[in-house]
Structure formats: C-alpha cells, structure tokens
Design a protein around this ligand. Sequence first.
Ligand SMILES: Cc1cc2nc3c(=O)[nH]c(=O)nc-3n(C[C@H](O)[C@H](O)[C@H](O)COP(=O)(O)OP(=O)(O)OC[C@H]3O[C@@H](n4cnc5c(N)ncnc54)[C@H](O)[C@@H]3O)c2cc1C
Length: 424
Amino acid sequence: MVDVAIIGGGAAGLAAAISAGDHIVDLHQAVRICLLDGARTLGAKILVSGGGRCNVTHDVVTPKDFFGNRHIVRNVLAAFSVEQTIAWFTSFGVELKREETGKMFPTTDKARTVLNALLARARDSGVTLCPDHRVTEITRSESGFEIQHNSGVLHAARLILATGGRSLPKTGSDGFGYRLARSFGHHVTSTVPALVPLVLDRSMFHATLSGLSHDVELTTLVDGREVDQRTGSLLWTHFGISGPVVMDASRFWTLATNRGTRVDLYGHFVPGRSADELKDWFVRQTVEHPKRSLVRTLSLLVPDRFAESLCGSCSCDPLKILAQVSRTDRNRLLSALTRFRFPVEGHRGWNFAEVTAGGVPLEEIDYRTMESKLTSGLYLAGELLDCDGRIGGFNFQWAWTTGWLAGRSAARSLLAEDALPRSL
Ligand SMILES: Cc1cc2nc3c(=O)[nH]c(=O)nc-3n(C[C@H](O)[C@H](O)[C@H](O)COP(=O)(O)OP(=O)(O)OC[C@H]3O[C@@H](n4cnc5c(N)ncnc54)[C@H](O)[C@@H]3O)c2cc1C
C-alpha cells in the first residue's frame, strides 16, 4: 500500500514523483510514493532525446507552440513556467544553457546529466523507483486503486498516469497507457505519429541529395484548404525528407491521412520571395548574364546540388545557357522552385516519431490540478494527453509542467483530506 503511485518513469512521471515528494516534505509529512515502469531502465527516451543532448526546454514557451486545446494549454503552462522549470533543474544540479535558436540544453551537452539528476532527486524525495514493473490493469478499490503489475499488486490512494504515447515503443511507451485511461472512462482521440520524417515516392530525386539541408517554406493543404505554413530547415534523406520544418509539419499530414482526407505538401525553396519577384529576377539575370548556365544561376538562390536535381526533375538541361532557356522551361522551373508538390508516400512510423498527436482530451482533466474529471484521485500527465508541441524542447516542457502539477496536486489532496499517515 502506498499513498501515491506513479505509472511511467519518463519525463512526466519523474517530474510528478519529485514534485509529490517535495510537496509532502514542504508540509512536514511522511508519505510513500512509488513509481512503476515496465522498462528495465528508466528514462530511455530522455537519454536519446535531442541527439543525446536532451533539449530540456525552450527559453520562450507559449500556447502557440502546442497543438491541443490552447485555452487549457495556457492555463497548464502558467502553473509551472519555463523560469520555474529552469530554477527547478538548477536546484538539483542541472545547469541549462540557451542556444541561438532558444533551445535549452544541459551545459554538459549530455542527456545523461539530466536523467541521473532526476533519478537522484526522486530518490532523495523518498520515491521508490521500480523499473521492470509493467502495469497490466488498474481497478478502483476501497483504499483508492488496485494496480496489477508483472510482479504482483500495489494499492495506492492516489494514482498518476504518465505512461506516454506511442512514439519509440521500444522505450516502453507502446500506447498501453491509453487502455488504462480508457478503463476509467476516458476517451482517447485518434493517435498518429508527429514530429516524424516523411517518405517520398522512390522516383523522386531526394536520395541523390541525401545529407543536404536548406531553408524551405512548407505549406500543407488538407482538402485544398491551407492548414499550416512554416519556414525552416529541410533535410533531404535517402528515404525522403526530414529536418525541423518537415518534422513540425508532419502532424498535419499524418492526421489528415489517418482521417482519409486528401493532403498536399508544397515547398517554396526561396522563402520570402514571391513567384513574381523571382520571375522578374530571372528575366533580369537573362538580360545581364545571357551566357551563364541555368544551374549556376539557380545556385544563386538554392544549393547547387539541389538546383541540378530541380533542373533534372523539370526536364531542363542544367548546363543550358540562360539565353537559350525557353519561356515554358523558365516558368516550369520557377513553378517547381516556388510551389513544389512533394510526392509524400507515407511517414517513417512510430520508431522514428518523436511524439504522439492525439490522446486523452484535455477537456477531461481539471487543468488546475491535472486530476481526471471522471475519476477522483486519478491524475494524468505528459504525452498521454492530447497535446503535442513543436520541435525545440516544448514536449519536455509539457511533460515537466503537467508532471509537476499532477505530483503537487496528488500530494496536496492527500494532506487536505488528512488521510495521512495511512500507509506508514
Ligand atoms: C528520439 C526522440 C527525441 C526527442 N527529443 C526531444 C527533445 O530533445 N526535446 C523535447 O522536448 N522532446 C523530445 N522528444 C519528445 C519527448 O521525449 C517526449 O515528449 C517526452 O519524453 C514524453 O514524456 P512522458 O513522460 O509523457 O512519456 P515517456 O517518456 O514516453 O514515458 C512513459 C513511460 O511510461 C512507461 N510505461 C508505459 N506503459 C506502461 C505500463 N503499462 N506499465 C508501466 N510503465 C509503462 C514507459 O516504459 C515509459 O518509461 C523526443 C522524443 C524522441 C522519441
């Protein structure tokens, strides 16, 4: 029997455990907190995050950085801000540094620093960490919750569900948590991979550009209606496209495809310059440098390897001099340069997705406490919820904030009820 059980030892679960422990200590009470995780080693996703450096948060976090009910997101974020998060990490020895993009990393540039500090802090807060404890079923009991796991049964007065989503299932986040949430009457909206690279038709030229990245403006149209437009770095790969701008846009593609809706992704390879401006520029170039080759001219706008591939895809000889380029060819090239339809065949799947779009609707939780509106004593946190952030540290911020809030609320509710010491 414990007072607070946390299911899931990822970012949200660890934040919840530490927060619960700290708030109990603040109130001079003793309480038993137990964190169960099905994985043999805790925090695997933290270790691989940010290319092994863990992009802990971002220096500016606003509701616009997230997809989900933004009114609720705003209220949740306000409860544990970036400033509080940075101070919280500093309090247990993790100094963060800001990079030019606003992303915040540990000064050691090692995700291990973050994970070790969280685990040590959780233990110091009196949390019993139980890896290799896969939860299979949870039911309501007289004392609160009865938790079946692979080594037996645990009873808890309060339960925090932080089982993550479905991204990178080998870390233990395989979507089973949704079933646990459903068993308490919660809904789960369709879940699709987000922040995931996209696969292009094999006949495209992407493989020849593998490793090249440059700035592109991406526009997503669902059923002919523009739903997203963003500019950033696109990375060409052997299978298709990746890089921050593609990862951020991918959720619109996966969501629409999952619904069976038509979705088109267009690229503008000279962001910030309109098609008309580029046409005028091209005409001027033709007048001023008639003997310059097509590829050399286009290389003034885009990387030369890409310029060459684009010429090829438009059936234009890249070495042709400008004076010999027909108006039809010029217009075809300009159109490919400014409104290039990517032949997207699919996405790379859950093993390559950084996050899950969809989950338990935010409307089903009390945003002041993260408590379920359907089951008292049950709290939900992290990626399990229907909220996903863009790339840049926002998903971890969501996990820290919701976890911290759930831990604090669970601890406070126990004390408010004067239910202690029940388990000691
Ligand atoms: C490759 C990669 C890189 C990323 N990089 C970044 C980054 O740099 N910055 C950023 O902000 N975000 C990043 N993310 C996203 C971020 O890691 C997640 O949003 C975040 O970890 C979610 O935290 P969570 O605690 O909600 O879920 P998770 O971290 O998924 O943790 C859930 C835990 O629950 C456990 N669990 C699940 N089911 C059960 C069960 N039935 N019984 C017991 N335990 C269970 C799992 O084993 C797991 O440990 C990255 C993701 C990936 C995949």
